[in-house]
Design a protein around this ligand. Structure first.
Ligand code: GLY
Length: 591
């Protein structure tokens, strides 16, 4: 049975907050709900009142309703009996005979037409409570999300409680209090961030922090035993406690707070900041090494570098904008750079002290946090492809030297004589470095030299919400003793975690290994709640030496960043919002 027990909530804990913050002026509006736009019944958790359940059942079509219940937020991997029957029985007791359960943890399953078929017939969907991250991992970006939006468009109702409420916003609070971890929800209620158990669990500060980070959205804090019923932009509070609206501080205006209880009707449009905050669907960033062309370089030289970056960027962009995976886009982009003799990766790699080429590469999947890498390979035409095979075909992460070559033979990847990688430009620079080092052997590289070496890398956020990063290099000119740099080391040269960011580094590998640069950037975001920009700037500026190199990165919302302390960085970026940049020196991006 769905419990009906009025709960008297105490708003007192929230009052000091309201006093120090502003109070949103509540426009008086005429309220005329429009059911044809579909309805949301967003419940703040706790015990559910009859009033809320009755409203949902009525909007669902009463005895005629075709209800789909999604219990995926619960900890049950499968839905065993008698739990499954208990759910349908609860709704039968409310007069809905036709109830189907929809549950999987598997995104491939969620994308099958047969799986989402009941949603195409449904008049109503109920999403029960638990952990919203389970719902997000299973359904965000899948056919289930598409069908839920279609249901609303044809005038259906979607209700949910607790996690089933949080998942209804596009920018979703996953957990954390007072510092929220933010992920992606189903975006059923645009321009809002929903928080639940709001007063009962003292979540005012975390919603304010979420809105501070996303000032274009309205925060909706819903307390237990309370619901916001939304039709189009019209919203009404029902239930026993409060709904609190939070809008961002602007200029000298403080954070806005509006506390509403049962019977209050508003138009959410009046509170939504004017500009619509559309999530970035995909993003790609590429680097061709720390450094720049000489100030006196000819226009043709500059154009050649730009063309090289453009070709790589366009390759990855075409994959990701068509819905391809971030791993495919990263691997294909880096392959283009490896095939271009301008860059220090694949063809065009620098010479080692023996006058040969030893190549390193790695790739990492932010969804699984699995990765693959190769170090010191000498006959593999595209090391990034072999790195990916290490991830996908072995239980290892990093293969080196002869073992990696043997694996390449087993996998039948394209091979090439070592001198295929040689270019005249790299030979000349090797001779210059050899001459210098013969006079004064370099034990430690000075930071100012980092820019001479370069590397290539790519980070992608795909339309499925997955990040991937990869890096490939010939290493440092005249390197000795089987030296391996940061590029094939996950956490140093490459890192990706869907919860935080993807990063690829370029510069003096030894420094990036010493400071676990790419992993550290991710950890600062995860544990300190810092933005990607702040985290990357902290590591590059405060931990490394000026001139050591740079990073490219994308956070899980698709925000692209690059930070470098070298004189310039070959870099390019594009995203679903129309950004398209190819930059070499310290030019401003269109961001
Ligand atoms: N960052 C490339 C290397 O040091 O090998």
């Amino acid at each position: 049975m769905i419990m009906s027990k009025p709960i008297c909530k105490n708003i007192l804990p929230f009052i000091p907050l309201i006093l120090v913050l502003g109070v949103i002026a509540c426009p008086s509006i005429s309220y005329a709900a429009d059911k044809s736009q579909g309805s949301l019944v967003i419940v703040g958790g706790g015990e559910q009142t009859d009033e809320i359940t009755d409203r949902f059942v009525e909007l669902a079509g009463g005895a005629e309703a075709k209800l789909v219940v999604i219990p995926t937020a619960s900890s049950d991997e499968t839905l065993p009996e008698p739990k499954a029957s208990a759910i349908t029985e609860r709704w039968r007791a409310r007069g809905i005979e036709n109830t189907v359960l929809l549950h999987t943890r598997d995104r491939d399953e969620a994308n099958r037409n047969e799986f989402s078929a009941p949603l195409r017939e449904a008049t109503a969907v109920w999403i029960s409570g638990g952990a919203q991250t389970r719902l997000a991992s299973a359904y965000v970006g899948t056919k289930v999300q598409t069908e839920l939006h279609a249901l609303l468009k044809r005038g259906g109702v979607i209700g949910g409680t607790s996690a089933g409420a949080a998942i209804q916003s596009g920018v979703m609070i996953e957990n954390g209090n007072p510092v929220p971890n933010i992920g992606r929800g189903l975006d059923l209620l645009p321009n809002a961030i929903i928080d639940q158990h709001f007063l009962a669990r003292n979540r005012g500060n975390r919603l304010i922090e979420a809105i501070r980070r996303h000032p274009n959205l309205v925060g909706i804090g819903i307390d237990e035993a309370t619901a916001l019923v939304v039709q189009g932009s019209r919203a009404e509070v029902i239930g026993d406690s409060y709904v609190v609206l939070v809008t961002a501080a602007k200029g000298d205006q403080p954070t806005g707070i509006l506390t509403m209880r049962k019977g209050k009707k508003i138009d959410l449009k009046e509170f939504a900041p004017k500009q619509k905050s559309k999530p970035i669907e995909w993003a790609i960033v590429v680097h061709g090494g720390a450094g720049s062309v000489r100030d006196d370089a000819s226009d043709e030289t500059v154009q050649a570098w730009r063309n090289g970056l453009k070709k790589a960027l366009d390759q990855g962009k075409s994959i990701v904008e068509e819905g391809g995976t971030s791993l495919d886009a990263v691997a294909a982009t880096i392959r283009v750079l490896e095939d271009n003799p301008l860059f220090n990766a694949g063809k065009g790699a620098v010479f080692n002290s023996a006058g040969e080429h030893e190549l390193d590469a790695s790739i990492m999947d932010g969804k699984t946090m699995d990765g693959g890498a190769v170090a010191g390979v000498s006959t593999v035409r595209n090391p990034i492809g072999l790195a990916r095979l290490v991830m996908e075909k072995t239980r290892h992460v990093l293969l080196s030297g002869p073992g990696a070559e043997q694996f390449a033979t087993e996998q039948k990847v394209e091979r090439t004589p070592n001198d295929y990688f040689s270019t005249e430009r790299r030979r000349e620079s090797w001779e210059r470095v050899r001459e210098k080092e013969a006079k004064k052997p370099t034990v430690r590289l000075s930071p100012a030299q980092a820019w001479q070496y370069g590397t290539v890398g790519c980070v992608v956020l795909d339309t499925h919400g997955n990040l991937a990063a990869g890096t490939s290099t010939g290493g440092l000119t005249n390197k000795k003793f089987g030296r391996i740099g940061d590029s094939p080391i996950l956490g140093a040269g490459t890192y990706a975690d869907n919860q935080t960011c993807g990063v690829s580094a370029t510069g003096i590998g030894e420094q990036f290994i010493r400071h676990s640069v790419t992993a550290q950037i991710s950890q600062l975001m995860r544990h300190r709640g810092w933005t990607l920009k702040r985290s990357a700037e902290y590591v590059l500026n405060e931990q490394l030496n000026k001139g050591d190199g740079g990073v490219i990165a994308i956070d899980r919302f698709g925000k692209i960043e690059w930070v470098y302390t070298s004189p310039g960085m070959f870099r390019a970026a594009a995203d679903s919002e129309g950004r398209y940049d190819i930059l070499i020196r310290d030019e401003e991006s269109s961001d």
